[in-house]
Design a protein around this ligand. Sequence first.
Ligand SMILES: [Zn+2]
Length: 521
Amino acid sequence: MLTREIGELPYSGAVAARFPDPSTHYATPGLAPDRRSFTTNAELSQWLRRLSETPLAHGTRATLLEIGHSQRGTPIQALVVTRAQGVTPDILDATKRPTLVLIGQQHGDEPASSEALLVVAKELSQGVLEPLTERLNVIVVPRANPDGAEAGSRATANGIDMDSDHLLLNTPEAQALAVLVRDYRPIAVLDAHEFTVAGPYLEKFKALQSYDALLQYATSANMPAFLTKASQEWYHEPMVRALKTQSLSSEWLYTLSSEPNDVQLSMGDARPDSARNVNGLKNAVSLVVESRGIGLGHTHIQRRVHTHVTAITSALHSSIERAESLEQVRSFVVRDISAQACRDHIVVEAASTPEQRDITLLDPDTGADKIVQVDWNSSLKLRTLQSRARPCGYWLSSNASTAIERLTLLGVQVLRVAEQGSLLADTYQQTGGSAATAQEALASLNGQPSAQRVQVALVRSAIDAPAGSYYVPMNQPLAALVVAALEPDTQSSYFAHRLIGDLADTARVMSTPALLFEESE
Ligand SMILES: [Zn+2]
């Protein structure tokens, strides 16, 4: 059998032959011939700095921003590519051009995402994509998790998977992205990843993954329907077509459970903790693109990078073509969300819907297609597990300052009670579940799924709101994120993850408060 050098995977020449290199050849430090490692943090930084120092054509400028530091102290860098005369959010806003944010390598073991963003940063600054800056501002964050990239590991240095940390914001890496999105209010955010090719697929299906790309937009409870429709019709569908034109196959994003006997496939889920879902709840078109790459080393790296570059280019064009309509959708959605405060219901928790679906895998020996019918949990149709009357806002005690700080990083408007007063509220009374043990709490801090789960009942009463306590109004654009953070009995909530220590520290305010407030820092 013809075999190439294909690393540790059980991966035949026949499989490899299914994935020819693209006609375009991409060049970054990590893509150099005979290179064994990918672009290092130092090389990445140097690449971006060179782009920012090169005089560019047509008034396009590339400016390097340091948006934060990793846990080990490596700068997290963003390159702002724009024809504006500066790079502050106000100056970019004044251009009336939409701003896009492109994020790479939240997971350190998914190198094609950052190599591709280095290519895109260069092409936008001084290459074939440069003309697009006449109509767009683009902020490229090629490597969101420098420590993970250095170690070749998925998580950040302290073991937290930062892509589950966009609501809690326990890591400086997720905080850096939150502040960037809060300040620049991008119309679209694209988050680039890679997916596992063999691993559990080989064990459970005796097959390898076949698709070049897995794609998905935000699918979370309370996502505005118009934004979902815009994501699908204006971004997702053109992206699928663009990939197909390049002979690159795609499917919805899905994952396979690590449980040995579980062969269900689940689409990217509804939990409001990933960049995809949180940025969607910030009323941006929010897309994930994953290339076929984890575990492949440098195998097919040109094709993996080409997959990302093709998908990102499609998203850039979509943003140009739809900018005006999308601004209209967004301003409608923002007004609509705010107007719903105190009315109707909000979904507290939702889950995907079981279906069956045929997916195409590959025979690991012959490389032939292997079509498998699977149990498939669809996130395109969400089932409501729990809903509640939509409050006018949430009251938080002065003990909840950590929660307030995180909400502020997300861009949520928070008010401080200036003078003591009374509020009509639903308070939470625990009816079941148990507080996490110390060990569970520690596991939770380490990014494990363990969270303290409670069942609650609502008790209507007048509560006392002392001066210095907080009020988070629901008549604001990020109301759905507020619900995700503050309803205590969900897996992703601030209470479940101990950013709020006690159920008595929060309450749902059920009539418009007549209190004196001041803006909270
Ligand atoms: Zn990933």
